[in-house]
Design a protein around this ligand. Sequence first.
Ligand code: AHR
Length: 513
Amino acid sequence: MKKIITTLVISCLIIAKPFAQSTGKLFVYADDAKQKISKHIYGHFSEHLGRCIYDGFWVSDTASIPKKDRLRLDVIEALKKIQIPNLRWPGGCFADEYHWRDGIGVRSQRPTMINTNWGNVTEDNSFGTHEFLELCNLLKCEPYITANVGSGTVDEMSKWVEYLNFDGLSPVTTIRKQNGHSAPFNVSFWGVGNESWGCGGRMTPEYYANEFRRYSVFAKNYPNAPLKRIACGPNSEDYNWTDVLMKNVGTGMWGLTLHYYVVPKTWSDKGSATTFDEKEYFTTMQKTLKMDELVTKHSTIMDKYDPNKKVALVVDEWGIWTNVEPGTKPPFLFQQNSMRDALIAGTTLNIFNNHSDRVRMANLAQTINVLQSLILTEGNKMLLTPTYHVFDLYKVHHDATLLSIKVNAPDYTSDGRKIPSVNASASIDSNHVVHISLVNIDPTNSINITTALSGVQWKTVTGKVVTSTKFNDYNSFLNPNKITTSAFNAAKKEGDNLLVNLPPLSVVVLELK
Ligand code: AHR
């Protein structure tokens, strides 16, 4: 009997929910323009991990895919379309085991190594410094290199910087020239170690702060290549790490990193990328919104030592981390990417935009075939994930000016818990075009938003949307375009007001001009 009643109740909910609608209000203050949203918030991350570099960016000599050298051109074209601003490399945990000299010179003579972090696979070093910088050149993006502090030396980082950035005659620049690059590469973004509190050496913040200062002294600024030195920052809520680094290094660094992953369940059983119920979906979105709290609290600590906000908060690892796809190698971290991932991306990027006074760089983990990827590959085939489409929509915010906003939206409630259903950000670009990005995480309610636009000059509104009927819908190689971008026609101008009907599970970007 109990079972029958439960079934009836669930059926009623399923029938009733799709017709639900609620209302909300969005205020956009174009007369309260803020700072520029750095395009570097839209950066990406490529580690020697699983199939990200090898069989992702870098394919075999014999692969019949269009390629330059061994760099896959379809992947490059896709990333150019979203105007990828920077790419972080070579890790991750891998960075603190990597010795750059092993990855230069004649490929067949490069030594091999074991990638102990990611499955003990043999790394043949065929993708090294020159290959990475050629990739960035083709992508027209800035390189962001993380140097080895955990198992490397000060001299090793210092000589790497010299090899890449010095225009004069020295033993290492002579080798660079022999390796085919006479002009310096002028790489400015340098990470000094990765997760030095964990896989990068299990250091205390006090010890690492000293190490950072020492490495910084010998990583020189050469003409035309002043360095942006980025210190290893906290793991999610480790506020003490931020405090110690700011106290001991302060404005002696360009940026301080923050790593935060959204893990739907627990670290030992993270949950599936595509098979989950509403309860797990809710928890995942709640954990996504935590990024706002983390950024706010770390920024407040940074303000204490750096009130003029010279030091950037660099969220150089973020995204959802689930169990690997069944049948794939656990250390390769290969996961699918669903509509939930798109909502995580839209929400997190809104948070970063709204905190762009402090967050001036970020890197989603990781670009291809690992964690929250933009692109998945299978042999010659490639697909764009829902997350990719969100980055495509949001590229209008790159280097635009942030506008103040206020969102009054109904809560999304599930199982007695509630979180805001809608989040947003807005910017104005150099052509005075206003863009508003809106995310509705509620899986059943569409939301009618009325918008008060103070100081916005506009005559028309157009929009684009990424949406799907189920939060666990995804693009597969059998159905690669299930979730894609389409025109959004549910926004209209009525007098001075903008009226928007946001569908459930949607990421929308509106353009007002
Ligand atoms: O992105 C995967 C791993 O997560 C990175 O190598 C490491 O920095 C983090 O713990």
